[in-house]
Design a binder for this molecule. Structure first.
Ligand code: CA
Length: 369
């Protein structure tokens, strides 16, 4: 059916829904320069640092893509690529920056080599929980700072998932004192890795897909990954005996999506809004998934796989916290921008901690007792 007859029969709304009418293609408004006005579906690629469809993380990227596809009524189609399918895990930032793909899905601390302040946009040891860091992003200026940080790379970042509090990791020896971390070669990214280094360990950064083999072959002595739901999927319990908590180094890690700005700017306004709001939905959805699924996986690890779940001693946690305080504060001294990010983060953390103490924390401490 030719276009005019189709509009006559079904109305312009039908065309918008089928992707045949883009936002700026009507005849009464001139097309905004550079915007895509096309009857064709806009095809985007999303490269990720996760194995394809890995529970929570890879499926979270798929969920984001699917949400964009659905909210756009099929006007956009985002195809997700697992780590290594188009580019290796740790090359996605540069790849999207260069325009090889329109979107990436990863964690900001993987790119700390470009700017150490990026780590504040993933997770800070003893920093903020999932709800708190989302509140900083949305209402405390965090997102504006993050977007300023990625601006020189032509990227626009958004939170697109959260692991909630992670586990401290997998070990083959018990950690009774801080000295037990000495000489330990452990996969632990970001600022947590720097804390381990100052406690005498050797931090290594490896993509998730390499953890099991590295641990099993003894290339590393210990590893952290995420939490029970993800760690069970990787089979880390087959390579280590002790599973420690809490994840002091990652109390609420943001998974990011970043978008090539040129590609984003070409979208009509409504599709830009759809992409932004799909990221918000995906961000929330992943957080809920971890809360819903972690405990079943933990039970399976304990009852079916005889994993020993242990709490890091208070003395160890306190020493790690003391080190973390210095490590995080030193980032602030690197550049005026990192000072600004640090200050914003800390200015938000203190009052939020006061409120949490008499709200969530007070409630959780008494519930079930
Ligand atoms: Ca982790």
């Amino acid at each position: 059916m030719e276009r005019r007859k189709f509009i006559h029969k079904f109305g312009a709304g039908a065309l918008a829904g089928t992707g045949l009418l883009a936002a700026c293609s009507n005849n009464t408004q001139p097309c905004e320069e550079g915007k895509q006005a096309t009857g064709k579906t806009i095809q985007w690629k999303m490269v990720t640092t996760w194995p394809k469809n890995f529970p929570g993380l890879g499926t979270g990227a798929e969920y984001l893509a699917q949400t964009i596809n659905e909210l756009s009524g099929g006007r956009m189609a985002v195809k997700v690529y697992g780590a290594g399918e188009l580019v290796p895990a740790f090359e996605i930032f540069d790849y999207v920056s260069a325009g090889g793909a329109e979107m990436g899905h990863g964690g900001a601390y993987y790119w700390k080599g470009k700017n150490e302040a990026f780590q504040f946009f993933a997770s800070v040891p003893f920093g903020l929980t999932a709800n708190e860091i989302n509140a900083w992003m949305q209402f405390g200026g965090g997102l504006q700072l993050w977007q300023e940080a990625y601006e020189p790379f032509g990227l626009l970042p958004f939170p697109a998932g959260n692991t909630t509090v992670q586990m401290a990791g997998w070990f083959n020896k018990k950690i009774n004192t801080i000295a037990d971390l000495k000489g330990l070669k452990m996969r632990i990214p970001g600022l947590g890795g720097e804390v381990l280094k100052r406690a005498g360990g050797t931090p290594v950064s490896l993509p998730g897909g390499e953890l099991f083999t590295s641990l099993q072959t003894g290339t590393i002595d210990a590893t952290e990954w995420v939490g029970p739901y993800n760690d069970l999927a990787f089979g880390l319990h087959k390579a280590a005996r002790y599973y420690y908590y809490p994840g002091w180094h990652e109390p609420g890690t943001i998974l990011e999506c970043f978008i090539n700005k040129d590609a984003f700017n070409k979208l009509p306004d409504d599709l830009q809004s759809i992409v932004i709001n799909a990221a918000k939905v995906a961000n929330h959805n992943m957080q809920l998934e971890y809360i819903a699924r972690n405990n079943a996986a933990l039970e399976s690890l304990v009852t079916e796989h005889q994993v020993e779940v242990l709490r890091l001693p208070d003395e160890v946690l306190q020493k790690l916290q003391d080190i973390a305080k210095d490590v995080v504060a030193e980032i602030a001294d690197k550049t005026p921008f990192s000072r600004k990010v640090y200050q914003s983060f800390m200015d938000f953390r203190e009052p939020v901690r006061n409120w949490q103490d008499i709200s969530e924390k007070a409630f959780l401490n008494i519930r079930g007792q």
